[in-house]
Each structure stands twice: as C-alpha cells, then as structure tokens.
Write a protein of this length. Sequence first.
Lengths: 199, 398
Amino acid sequence: MLGEGIIKGMAETARNFLGSYVSDERLTTVQYPEERIPQIENARQFPFLLYDGDDWHAGMRCVACQICEKECPPKCIYIEKSKDKKPDYTGKAQFYPAKFDIDISVCMSCQICVEVCPFDAIKMDTEYELSTTDRFGGLLINKQKLSRSNSHFRQIHPTDAAEVDMRLAAEKAKAEAKAKAAAAPKPAPPAPVAAPIGA
Amino acid sequence: MSDTFDQIFVSLKHWLLGYLPVWSQPVISCLLSIAVIIVAFATLFAITTWLERKGLARIQNRYGPNRAGIPLTNISLFGLGQPAADGIKALTKEDIVPFAADKLVHFFAPVVLVIPVLLSYAVLPIGRNMVAVDMDAGLLFFFAVGAATELSVFMAGWSSRNKYALLGAMRAIAQMVSYEIPLILSSVSVIMMVGSLSTVKIVEAQSTYHGLLPDWFVFTPWGFAGFILFMISALAESNRSPFDLPEGESEIVAGYFIEYSGFKFALFFLAEYLGMFAISGLGITLFLGGWHAPFAWLTWIPSWAWFFIKLVTLVLILIWIRGTVPRLRMDQLMNFAWKFMLPMALLNLVGVAIWHFMTPGLPRWLVGFALVVGPYLLLGRGLMAGKNLAKRTYRFAE
C-alpha cells in the first residue's frame, strides 16, 4: 500500500529520537575538548626531529644530508647545512643543520621524509592541536621547536621506536667494536722471512 | 479572568492607541500589528532553527548544538544560544556578489521573497479577534501572495549567473507550479463546506464541540484527506525535505541561493521558515480549528496559545518528516503531483459535495470514508504499478 514505507520509516526515526535520550550507547559523538579518543599507534600528523640524550642540540640525529628536503613533495622543508661538525651518536664527526624549518601549513603529512631518512632523525608526531593566531610565523616551525626527545618517540610509537633503538644500538656496538679494534695496538706485522742482507 | 488573558494583546493595543491622536490611530494600529507579527514569528523562527537541529541530531543519534549559551559563562542551556550566534555570524559575514551577476535583481531577490511571505500573515487569525486584516477573500489573498514567492526564487536563480542556481530555480518553478494545484484544490474543499473565503469565518465554522471531539474539519473523512493533501503540498511549497529538490545539497549544492552569503542568505533562510509557518498556520486555520481548543474543558487556555501550540506541533512533525524521508527524484515528484495528488484532490471535492448534501449519520460517514479510502488505494496502486519496489540489491558493492 502507498505510504506504508513512510510510516515504517517514521517509526524508526522516532525510535532513534527517543532512544537517544534513554541509552547513552546510541550517542557515538565524543564531546571533544572535554573527552577524547586515544589515538591509534600509527597516527601521524606532522614531522619532528629526534634527539638522543637531554640536550636537543648536542643529541640531534640530523646530519643535514638534505634528502628529505629534496624528496618532500610540497617542498615544505628548508635546511641549511652547518659549516662545522659535531659528533653524532657513534662519536663520528658529522654536519648538523644550522637551520631546519618546516612549514606545516604546506606539509601534507605524507611521511615521505620519514621513509627516506637514513639516520632515523625525522619521525611523525601525533600532536594535532596546532591552531595558532599567527598563520605565517605560527605555522613555520624551526629546529628547536621541532626537536623531540627519543623518550617522546618511544611514548607515541612504541613498536617503531623499539625497532629503531635496537638497530641503532647494534650499529653503535658495531662501530664501537670497530673503533676498539682500530684503537687497540696493531698486532705486530708478520716477521720478515729473511733479514735484509746487510742488517 | 481567562477572557482578559485571552484578549490581553487586543486590549493592550486598544489601551496604547487611546493615548494617540485620532488621525494617527489607523496607521499606528497597522504598524503595531505588523511589528507584533514580525517579532513573534521571527522569534519562532529562531527557536525552530534550534529545535530542528536538535531534533534532526537526535534522530541521527547525535547531540546537536549544545555549546552556545550565555556568552562569557559556562552555562550552555542545551545550546539555546545557537540562534543568536548564527544571527551574529550572518550579519557580520562578507556579502559577496558574483562578478557576472545581474546586481540589481540579485539584490532584490531576497527582499522580494520576504515581503510576500510576511504579507501572507495578514490574513492568518492567530487568536480570537487577532487577525491583522479580516478580508472577505482572505484565502484568495493568501494564495495570490504565496504564489509571488516563485518569482523571487527565479529572480535569485536567474540573476546569479550560475548553472546550479539556474537549475535550482527551474526545479523550484516546476515544483511550486505543480503543487500549487493540489494545495488550492484541497483548501477548496473547506471553502465548499464553509461557503466563505474569509479565514475568520472558516475558523468560526469549526468552533462547536460534538461530544468528545471538536468539530474540526480534520475529523471528517474528506477533511482528513484534505489535510494530508494540504500538508504534503505545503511541504513542497515551502521547499522542505523530501521536496527539497530546488536546494538539493548533494546535487546542485544549494540551488537558487548558492550565490548568496551573509545576511542575504539569512533572508532566504528566514523566508523559507516564515513561509513554512504561514502555510502551516493556514493548515491549522483550514483543518485544525484555528485557535480553538481541542476540548471544551481546555478553553481557559488563551486562544493565541492554542494557535502557537498547534503551529509548533505541526513544525515538529515537519522536522520529523525531514529526518525520515529522503529527497525525491524529479520524475517521482512530477508523477506524485499529477498522478496522485491532483486526482485525489479532485475526487476529494466530490466527497465534500456528497458529505454536504447527505444528512448526518452513519451512512454519511461510511460513504465519506469509502470515497477517501477507495481512491487512495486505487491511485496508490496506479502510482506503484510497474515499479519494482523490493529492497535494492547491489551487484558490485558488498
């Protein structure tokens, strides 16, 4: 009969209307500033720079190789290489970025910079409350503001961080072993088979 | 006591006019009525936008607006501050006129839309002795003025120089012209019964009580059918869901008012809601006994309160319908208008004539009932014939 479906539909919407006042389970909306959903582990917003230890400048992993700058599709990264060098986590002297700016109004959160970085120096952050009243300076983030400690990384992406830490520790151990081997007195060269004539 | 309360606005107006010189009284009297109508219905509009957003949200298991309340405090009052916030937003927004638009027509369209809508309130009796103008041809005036809104809708669509606006305007014209006919034909049934076009006389004709029920026209077979037909056409006339094709957000963005922003957009919004109240008010006047109380023992509640209670109830039902029914397609809209609404309205007129000439009693009820249900079933079958109305199955999805 004509109109049957409309009556059924009206009954359904009425049930929803009244039900939303009775059971809280129906209301799926999260009242954002007061309550929030925990983020999933692979959530990603904008990149940050990792540093080891406590001093952000001394521990900065970035060596200013500029691969991320070149790979960035919207070109939101700007790097200036330093003139001098500082030791990295293995103790090897490396360049460091004199300037490292990311314009997050341009960044499209593609994570390509993270994937190309050979030094595990840039990772994605989960911070999303980045609104600012200054749309130019407020969204252009310099290297100090980009720096986050490794413990922060461990906190937001535990699985990823554990893997990176393990790899770096292995590399460091290898480097140390190598350094130790290099520093140790070299074993005496094999004795010459025959003394030079006239010795 | 109840009588003074019932007539409080009327006596207030007379008291105010008593202080004025005689020559200015007619003009001031008109202006007072106009001011009251504008203030009352604009307030109702503000409340309705909030009610609608809340109602639709609850239908969709959401909260709806629940933040805006009293400014600078944490009191949110279930989001009742939302209409004020929306109003301030509309007033302070930039008014953009497209470069290619016909500037003059573009400017006048929203104004021309609001004026006829407000004019139609002139003949609505919103309480005992509370009608701005008691015209002998009040109903005719209402429909004549109501038809003028089509002009401004097309003005808006045409002057915007936007394909979506024009498409929306064309749809609006087609829809409004088609549904004007069942709208008027369904109200003709009341005119036939009362024998007058005056809205005040129509309300008077429904003033008696018959046993438990009042003598409202909606409680007769033809009146019930007429009321349903009237409200369906009213939905189409006020461009509300499921007849919101002229706006069709998912297809033509916003239809004829796509190129309007700021307060001009707010005027369109206002006119749409005021039009909805006006036509619902006419539905109340014609079929739901106007400002009369539904039961004799409830007459102590003032008449104007009854009118607004009925109006808010109708508006809530319209919101409920909006939350339920999806938008029609253009061909479905036209089929429904010409193959169902029009014959049904015409057959209803026959029903009224027979009801009018039969003596009251059970046979009259049976005949009246048969004359409504029979055509409804047959026309409904005709409308659904040859259509596969089973649940839709998808070949590739799922």
